[in-house]
Design a protein around this ligand. Structure first.
Ligand code: C2O
Length: 545
């Protein structure tokens, strides 16, 4: 592959949305940030220069980072932050992945404005395993906050309560019809298409705290890839993306020339605990009439609209996620581990711990197996690599320490213990991990993201996972492969992966508020004994804490 050089200047920029202007943190002054293009097997060098008054790190969400954990990006996990006035070169190779991923800041709530697309094209001369599109477009879904999101979470943490929701959802940076100071309801992103052509849409959910449905009025979409892994193509009218997830769809522009069709991004929102922003962001698909460009432009044709799915439309969500399968072709086989060396069961959920200064005397916390993860002040990967003691322990429980029950009628294990506890895996171990929503306070879905790996989603169910009966329905042939999966509200998800990437790898809920509350942990994957089975040495410019 080639070596590609990018420069990310992290700078403040005044941006106007929803009728008001505020300074936000950006990369190169753009919101959303620049799209990074590369091909499979390329080496990417991104020099990140911090020109703002806060620490920064950037995470390449979904990039496997084989042996290059130093370039992964989560603050205090794989690196110390890049301090104001400093820079760091993220250096990684794109191995065995092709499709769409995203990059985002991985410190505090900065990713609300610091995010963008990462497009991995196939190797030169290698076609897509689906119809070659006429054009490709990146569609980034996110949120917009009128206030400073950092202040929102600081306030919430002090009170011990959930934070306020964002003020709008946005599609490629624009809220569309929500933008009330605009005279036109079409204000927002416009995707121009030509009748009779096929388009590849690379859809990304970069929102902090919201699962989003995505729809195109009058059109179905053919899903061909999620999280930079090809899928068996299937046709559907609504896709669902949790924060951190990506989906590539083919759109056949077979409707009326000159026509306009609404694109919508609307929340799924199955959370009983946190107020949800139920407003729908819109954009426009426009069949631009390029043939008669010499004539006077025709009057704007009527807009074909669509109703977004209602809130909590679990059947719409399931219709999409149940249809996902790995492509599993000869060229792209699904390498699902047939057996499991480590069988783990992690409960994920929200709890409450006593708090003297908080409203009602308690604070909302979150945990994995009743451990609320405490961020260290030294990066875990450095502590692991240099054998520093006192930074973490490797005694994270592989099973729930307290009996769980999602219904809430069982043991009320609402309390969590704090700790910086990691789970250690031998190199190349096959891992079977069941993620169970405990609904300690109430059931809630959690998009769990594992760094440094793709995993196979071999099963899911509602209620309590039962080791005697649940595995009967596992798909070990062509399960979807991804890096972020939703644990259903009041249910469980089973995943499998092979621990073939040594390092320290964060796993957390990709709802930023749940991560802040402590719904996170990390795996240590030990070096193997063979060549190319150990972490590469750290780069010289790795930031110090
Ligand atoms: Cu996209 Cu640890 O995150």
């Amino acid at each position: 592959g080639l070596t590609r050089h990018y420069k990310f200047n992290v700078v403040m920029r005044n941006v106007t949305r929803l009728c008001s202007t505020k300074p936000i943190v950006t990369v190169n002054g753009q919101f959303p940030g620049p799209t990074l293009y590369a091909r499979e097997d390329d080496t990417v060098l991104v020099k990140v220069v911090n020109h703002i008054g806060h620490d920064v790190t950037i995470h390449w969400h979904g990039v496997r980072q084989l042996r290059t954990g130093w370039a992964d990006g989560p603050a205090y996990v794989t690196q110390c932050p890049i301090q104001p006035g400093r820079s760091y070169v993220y250096n990684f190779t794109l191995t065995g992945q092709r499709g769409t991923l995203l990059w985002h800041a991985h410190i505090t709530w900065m990713r609300s404005t610091v995010h963008g697309a990462l497009v991995i094209l196939p190797k030169l001369g290698v076609p897509y395993p689906f119809t070659q599109p006429h054009q490709e477009h990146v569609i980034v879904l996110a949120e917009w906050w009128k206030s400073d999101p950092e202040a929102v979470i600081r306030e919430a943490m002090k009170a011990g309560r959930p934070p306020n929701v964002s003020d709008a959802h946005v599609i490629n940076g624009h809220a569309g019809a929500l933008s009330t100071c605009s005279s036109s309801s079409l204000d927002g992103f416009t995707l121009a298409v030509e009748k009779g052509k096929k388009y590849l849409l690379r859809v990304i959910n970069a929102a902090l705290n919201e699962d989003l449905f995505f729809k195109v009025a009058g059109h179905r979409m053919t899903v061909v890839e999620v999280d930079a892994a090809y899928t068996k193509p299937f046709s559907i009218d609504t896709i669902l993306l949790a924060p951190g997830q990506t989906t590539n769809v083919l759109l056949n522009a077979d409707k009326t020339a000159g026509g306009r069709y609404l694109l919508t991004a609307s929340p799924f929102a199955d959370s009983p605990l946190v107020a949800v922003d139920n407003r729908t962001a819109t954009a426009t698909l426009h069949y631009a009439d390029i043939v008669s460009s010499s004539a006077a432009p025709a009057a704007a044709s009527a807009l074909t609209t669509t109703n977004p799915p209602p809130m909590n439309a679990t059947h719409v969500a399931a219709a999409f996620s149940d249809a996902l399968r790995s492509l599993n072709s000869q060229a792209y086989p699904a390498r699902v581990p047939a057996t499991v060396d480590r069988s783990l069961l992690f409960t994920v959920g929200l709890g409450a711990n006593p708090c003297a200064n908080c409203i009602n005397g308690s604070r909302v916390v979150a945990g994995v197996n009743n451990v609320t993860f405490v961020m260290p002040t030294t990066a875990l990967l450095q502590a692991h690599y240099y054998n520093l003691s006192g930074v973490f322990t490797d005694d994270f429980p592989g099973r729930p320490p307290v009996a769980f029950n999602y219904t809430g009628s069982g043991p009320r294990n609402v309390a969590t213990e704090q700790g910086t506890r990691l789970y250690r895996l031998p190199y190349n171990a096959t891992v079977g991990l069941v993620l169970q929503d405990t609904g300690i306070i109430g059931p809630e879905s959690h998009p769990l993201h594992l760094h440094g790996y793709n995993f196979f989603v071999i099963g899911k169910g509602s209620g309590n996972y039962d080791p005697k009966t649940s595995p009967a329905g596992f798909n070990l042939v062509d399960p979807v492969e991804r890096n972020t999966v939703s644990v259903p509200s009041g249910g469980w998800t089973a995943i499998r992966f092979r621990a073939d990437n040594p390092g320290v790898w964060f796993m957390h809920c990709h709802f930023e508020v749940h991560m802040t509350w402590g719904l996170k942990m990390a795996f240590i994957v030990d070096d193997g004994e063979g060549p190319e089975q150990s972490i590469l040495p750290p780069p010289k410019d790795l930031p110090a804490c």
